[in-house]
Unconditional design. Sequence first.
Lengths: 329, 207
Amino acid sequence: MDVAFIIETIIKIVVILLVFSALAGLGTYFERKVLAFMQRRLGPMHVGPFGLLQVAADGIKLFTKEDIIPQNVVKPIFKIAPVITAATAFMASAAIPFWPQFTVFGYTVHPIVADINVGILYVLGVMAIGLYGPLLGGMASANKWSLISAARSAAIFISYEVISGLSLLAPLMMVGSLSLIDINNYQAGGIGNWIVWSQPVAFILFWIAAFAETGRTPFHLVANDHEIIDGFGTEYSGMRWGLFFIGEYANMFFISFVIAIIFLGGFGDGTIAGAIQLLLKVAFFFFFFLWTRAAWPDVRPDQLMWLCWKVLMPIAVINIVITGIVMMF
Amino acid sequence: MHHEEVFTNRNVSESSAYYYVDIETYPTSGWDKFKQVVKRTFNGELFVGLWVVLREMIKFDIHTLQYPLEKLPIGPRYRAVHKLLRLWESGYERCIGCGLCEKICISDCIRMDTRIDENSRKEVTEYSINLGRCIFCGYCAEVCPELAIVHGQRYENASEQRAHFVIKDDMLTPLDLLKAGEQAEYPGFGAIIPGSDASVKKTPLAY
């Protein structure tokens, strides 16, 4: 392992951290704007042109706010929980190729921190560890709303891990590799080769599971404002709460990348056009997260469990069986 | 199902505007529940919701009023902080110190003090309204025989004390504004209804 590799990797990590922290902030801006437009409002307008600097104002607010540790919380766990959410979200991004490889001054750059051969397994695994953020934060908060939220998040995350895992199994059987780059190259032939055409059911299932994994609106019961205040975030303030937020939005971006790469061809053949297509696909999936929030109501926790175990999981299993039979013959 | 809004009869019956909403009975067996879910899933209801919000976004028919920069027009009968008006020709105060407003005020927040001045005209020396108690009912404006006290259109008030808005000097039209012709004649509460001359009947002399 030479020095150049270490320096390159560190630079990549720093770039990813900076870009996606900023994108998480911009994500909140876009969310407010999109939701506002869909509800015939204007959204943030006063800080900067079209309210663009609202992100900076929010950042300043979060950073300078008093960091309150309530009296009866379990202090070390309460303090570490937001870090788990944010850290696992960014750790999961290590195996995601954000851009096809390119050459700068004769040096080939691979815009992926670690092209490990179990890429997608690693991404899903680390995202699953992100469960400990809401779970521990909620249980340590000495607050009943947080506790309910922690219980819900544990139930939802574990249930929908099953869906995302099983639904991915069928495309992975076709590709024969867990590396996201291999999956991408499998579909490099163009739009006809996208896995979504051969695995539409798996695509829908994984998309649904993505909503549960990120805790977005149809499945937003982890922090449903009208029932349990802010759920696990109720007792948090300032930047600790902000870390939960950055984690959530970074997760949205990363899961959008994963969906786009696995099912919609990723960056295709690796040209600049393909790379821009990837960004457009990611933008669509991110937009869809906001879109559903404006359009759809939340489901109850019991409905969510029912949907997971009685509807989605059987479908996922049947999908795998059918895929296996088709591949054998 | 369209119903005319007739709310005089509030009993639920065939003829009233109220009616029972048709709600299907909830499914009880597991198979029926499953059928309901399948029906709802493939009914496209979710896509209807998505389309509605997207349509509103594309139409971009924004209803937001950017308040400090834009303001909604307020009705002439809007009852904001009071004003004392002056006579147009002479510039005298319209208030004749009759004290009716003080008397009728149901929250008892008007106080006035009067004296007879050099011209043997009743002059109002003090006139104040305690806005902390005023309920803006408009009785003072309605009872005023001279159209002297009216409700203005000033609803944006900021001060250290509410009492600041309603000392006499603040409410009374300044003379320079009157001379510039900027005293707004108030069409609202207590003002003469347009065309009211025509509706005045001659008092029979036979009294």
